[in-house]
Design a protein around this ligand. Structure first.
Ligand code: NDP
Ligand code: OXD
Length: 308
C-alpha cells in the first residue's frame, strides 16, 4: 500500500519526509517515480495522471492537494473511486489573511492612494467606519465561512451567499438564486470564494456588477474563469466598481500586455491567497485513509453531480 504525490515536486519531498515520520508503513512516491504501480492505493494530486487506472489498477481514492477540484476531469475518474478535496486548516488560515488584507485595503482606499502617490498627489479621503462597510462573500464553504467570521471581528457588516441555507452567528446568510439580488444590493465589497463549476463560470459579469452598491470593491480569490474580464474593465471605467483585488486570472499568468497588468485600480497576486500546508495536509490524508479503511464517510468527499 502506497501514496503517490503528483504536484509541486519540492513540496512532494516534504510530503515524503512527513509521511515517513507519521506513517512509516505507508511509502510515498513523488511523481514520476511510483515504485510498484500495483501498490499505489492513494493518489494525492493537483491533476491525476492520464490513463490513471491503467497505470495504477489498485487506486482507491483520489485526493486533490488543493481545495478546488475544477482542474480535474471528473468524468475520467471511474465512479467507484471517491474524489476528496483538501480540507486542511492551513488553506483556510491563508485565505482569511488574504481576504482580510484585500478587504482592508479596499475599505481604506489603498488603490486610490497608490495612484495618488505615483502622481505626487496628497489628498485625503474621508474615513468610513467599518460597521458602515457591507462585505458580501459569495460561497460559505470552509473558506467563505472562515473569512466572514474574521471580517465580522474587524467590525464590518458581513453577509454571505451560498447554494443551501446556513446559520453563522453574526453573519447574514442568504441562499439560492432568489436571494442573490438583495444580497448584491447590500454589498459594498464583494468577495468571490465560489468553486468553479458549470454554474459559476462567468459569475462575475456586468449584470452582477450592476446590482452591487455603486463604487463597490471586488475581491476574486476563487478561480480566474469566474470573472468576465472585459466586464470588469467596463465596470472600472464607469466607476460601478472602484477597484479589484484579483488573486486568480484566466489564464495564469495573463499574457504580456494584458490590460490588467497596468490597470491602476487592479491589484493582482499570483494565485497565492492560500497554499496547502504540507504538515497539516499529510494529517488530512491520513485521516481520509483511516476513514476509508473503517468504512466511515470520507471528509472532503466531492459531490460529482455538483462539481465541488
Ligand atoms: P467549499 O466547497 O467548502 O464551499 C463552496 C461554497 O460555494 C459553498 O458554500 C457552496 O454552497 C457555494 N456554492 C457553490 N456553488 C454555488 C452556486 N451555484 N450558487 C451558490 N453557492 C454556491 O469550497 P472552499 O470554501 O473550500 O473553496 C472555495 C474555492 O476557493 C475553491 O473551489 C477554489 O476554487 C478556491 N480556492 C482558491 C485558492 C487561492 O489560493 N486563490 C486557494 C483555495 C481555494 P453550499 O454550501 O450550499 O454547498
Ligand atoms: C486550491 C488552490 O484550490 O490553491 O487549493 O487554488
Amino acid at each position: 500500500m502506497a501514496v503517490l504525490y503528483k504536484a509541486d515536486p519540492v513540496r512532494g519531498a516534504e510530503w515524503q519526509r512527513l509521511l515517513a515520520a507519521k506513517a512509516p508503513d505507508l511509502p510515498c512516491f513523488v511523481w514520476p517515480e511510483a515504485g510498484d504501480p500495483r501498490a499505489i492505493r492513494y493518489l494525492a494530486v493537483w491533476t491525476p495522471p492520464d490513463r490513471m487506472l491503467e497505470r495504477f489498477p489498485n487506486a482507491e481514492i483520489v485526493i486533490s492537494v488543493g481545495a478546488g477540484v475544477d482542474q480535474f476531469d471528473l468524468s475520467a475518474i471511474p465512479a467507484h473511486i471517491p474524489v476528496v478535496r483538501m480540507l486542511e486548516p492551513g488553506i483556510a488560515e491563508g485565505m482569511v489573511e488574504y481576504v482580510t488584507l484585500a478587504v482592508l485595503a479596499l475599505h481604506r482606499d489603498l488603490p486610490a492612494y497608490l495612484e495618488d502617490q505615483r502622481a505626487e498627489r496628497w489628498s485625503a479621503i474621508r474615513l468610513r467606519p467599518a460597521a458602515s462597510r457591507r462585505i458580501g462573500v459569495l460561497g460559505l464553504g470552509q473558506l467563505g465561512e472562515a473569512c466572514c467570521r474574521r471580517l465580522a471581528t474587524l467590525g464590518f457588516t458581513v453577509a454571505g451567499w451560498s447554494r443551501s441555507p446556513k446559520a453563522i452567528p453574526g453573519i447574514t446568510c442568504h441562499a439560492g438564486a432568489a436571494a442573490l439580488p438583495g444580497f448584491l444590493a447590500a454589498t459594498d465589497i464583494l468577495v468571490c470564494l465560489l468553486p468553479l463549476t458549470a454554474e459559476t463560470k462567468g459569475f462575475l459579469h456586468a449584470g452582477l456588477f450592476a446590482q452591487l452598491a455603486p463604487g463597490a470593491g471586488l475581491v476574486n480569490a476563487g478561480r480566474g474563469p469566474h470573472l468576465v474580464q472585459e466586464d470588469l474593465l467596463a465596470a472600472l471605467e464607469s466607476g460601478q466598481i472602484s477597484a479589484a483585488f484579483l488573486d486568480v486570472t484566466d489564464p495564469e499568468p495573463l499574457p504580456s500586455g494584458h490590460p490588467f497588468w497596468h490597470h491602476p485600480r487592479i491589484l493582482m497576486t499570483p494565485h497565492i491567497a492560500s497554499q496547502t500546508r504540507p504538515e497539516t495536509a499529510v494529517d488530512f490524508v491520513l485521516e481520509v485513509i483511516a476513514a476509508h479503511k473503517a468504512g466511515r464517510p470520507l471528509p472532503g468527499l466531492v459531490d460529482r453531480s455538483r462539481g465541488y
